[in-house]
Design a protein around this ligand. Structure first.
Ligand SMILES: Nc1ncnc2c1ncn2[C@@H]1O[C@H](COP(=O)(O)OP(=O)(O)OP(=O)(O)O)[C@@H](O)[C@H]1O
Ligand SMILES: [Mg+2]
Length: 477
């Protein structure tokens, strides 16, 4: 395997399985304001910290302007410049243009004299505009790439081209070793959601997904999408934290509990009641670990009832809500305690589209923000309530996307479904998308529990659920 150059940009090295293969010339494309300059500078700063000097070549702005623009970040570029670890130079596009096409070699001399390992050119768009002739552009980019290759420089070429269709066949994309595309969409008037995708990268495997990223004081922070699938499981450097359910037998069966980011389906019939204790036990363990919750209330459970059950598990839900540790989604018009009014989102008047946007936006924005601080979320939905209030078509249209979204953000998900009232089609959709399934049912005397699917493929025999007087109030035997 080729040596990798660690970019040091949060998340990017994970997506690239270690970094950019040494010597690659990588095009970074994206419309204005997507953070291309930020990424370029961050790449050099990380290099400087590893004692790998880098040059920043700018055509549009002076070195002072670049430094000024970057002063919004927590970086001290001046010190790195003084230590000769970073050099910012401003060229006229014309000079580079002539230099590339002749043999005078100013550009090459500079590279040699600075003895750098990383280089950023911001941006090649301008050189392109100087050339009306396509064959000239090709020649120019080709010779630029050759010089960079000759000096084994790992380079980022910034390109402002806003091409709506992926311009994978354009000349420059063909010549370069890698392509990273950055873009954004508006979640609403105020919130932009940034997305990064690695289109190609010679010399390494890449993750084939779009990844969200944030612009923070520390620069770009990418949140890799861990969508299920073999390739992306490799991306998980550290095993996701497993949190116990609090029910001893269940923890034994699940080899410790439920891992962060997993989706469990709790299937019940109409007569079972003890599933609520199981749901609350799993939830309270997660809350105790500092996870935040997004709870979708069902017709069968009011907030007051929830608060009371949680109290038995030593969780003061009102306090948690007041401390901004969670949010309820209410699908019915029911009264709410004054103290927590602002933490209950009533969605009764939303159309299906508005409801989905709300979920999507809330999850993406809040969870991404918290993830930066290593705070995680879990969420619980009642499928029957979604079916009653939003309809079967809605569930079909969003379910896959919802699960991909929560998975990509490492949100642990607990789905509850009373299977007596749903058809086979829905049930198979729910079952196929879950990592684990806990089936709970009753006869006249007992309530039973059985694990019929688990992330580790360990299924169980049926157990009788017994209620006991002390924590966790149920026992499996
Ligand atoms: N500390 C910060 N926190 C969050 N965002 C910031 C911070 N500092 C700058 N930004 C934002 O980062 C955005 C991206 O800036 P950057 O100059 O890197 O984009 P660009 O893709 O190079 O744009 P252009 O194509 O116009 O050169 C800017 O809109 C800026 O407002
Ligand atoms: Mg820029």
């Amino acid at each position: 395997m080729r040596a990798k150059v660690e970019t040091g940009i949060a998340g990017l090295d994970d997506i690239l399985y270690g970094g950019i293969p040494k010597g690659n010339v990588v095009m970074v494309e994206g419309p204005p304001g997507t953070g291309k300059t930020t990424m370029g500078m961050q790449y050099l700063i990380k290099g400087a910290q590893k004692n790998e000097p880098g040059i920043y070549i700018t055509f549009e702005e002076t070195p002072e302007q670049i430094a000024e623009n970057m002063s919004n970040y927590e970086w001290d570029i001046n010190i790195l410049e003084e230590s000769n670890l970073i050099k910012i130079v401003s060229f006229s596009p014309q000079i580079v243009h002539e230099d590339m096409l002749s043999t005078s070699g100013i550009f090459e001399k500079m590279i040699r004299s600075f003895n750098c390992q990383r280089i950023v050119i911001d941006s090649i768009s301008l050189i392109k505009y100087l050339n009306k002739e396509e064959s000239n552009v090709r020649e120019l980019i080709y010779s630029l790439r050759n010089i960079l290759h000759k000096h084994s420089l790992t380079a980022l070429l910034i390109n402002e081209e806003i091409d709506t269709n992926i311009n994978i066949h354009s000349i420059e994309n063909f010549v370069v070793d890698g392509i990273i595309q950055m873009s954004y969409q508006f979640l609403n008037e105020n919130i932009r959601s940034y997305v990064l995708e690695v289109i190609k990268m010679r010399g390494t495997k890449i993750s084939n997904y779009q990844h969200n990223y944030l612009l923070t004081d520390k620069g770009i922070h990418i949140i890799p999408s861990y969508v299920s699938g073999e390739i992306d499981r490799d991306l998980r450097k550290k095993p996701q934290e497993i949190i116990p359910t609090g029910i001893q037998k269940l923890d034994e069966l699940l080899l410790g509990g439920v891992a962060r980011g997993e989706t469990f389906l709790i299937e019940t019939d109409s007569l079972t009641t003890l599933y609520k204790l199981i749901l609350v036990s799993i939830s309270s363990q997660r809350i105790k670990k500092g996870e935040k919750f997004l709870y979708s209330l069902s017709i069968a459970t009011t907030i007051e009832e929830f608060i009371n059950i949680f109290k038995r598990y030593n969780i003061d839900l009102v306090k948690e809500l007041e401390n901004d540790q969670g949010l309820f989604i209410e699908h019915f018009r029911r009264s709410v305690l004054k103290e927590i009014e602002s933490k209950v989102a009533n969605v009764t008047s939303m159309t299906n589209e508005e409801y989905w946007n709300f979920l999507n936006e809330h999850i993406r924005y809040e969870v991404n923000k918290d993830k930066l601080e290593d705070k995680y979320w879990f969420t619980s939905y009642d499928i029957n309530t979604i079916l009653i209030k939003r309809g079967k078509e809605f569930l079909y249209s969003i379910y896959g996307e919802l699960l991909a979204l929560v998975k990509s953000l490492s949100i642990t998900t607990l789905m509850h479904c009373n299977v007596d009232t749903v058809d086979k089609e829905i049930l198979s959709l729910l079952e196929s998308k879950s990592d684990g399934i806990i089936k709970i049912w009753s006869d006249v005397r007992y309530q039973y529990l059985q694990i019929i699917k688990s992330p580790l493929n360990i299924n169980s025999k049926p157990f009788i659920i017994e209620t006991i007087n002390e924590y966790p109030f149920i026992e499996l035997s």
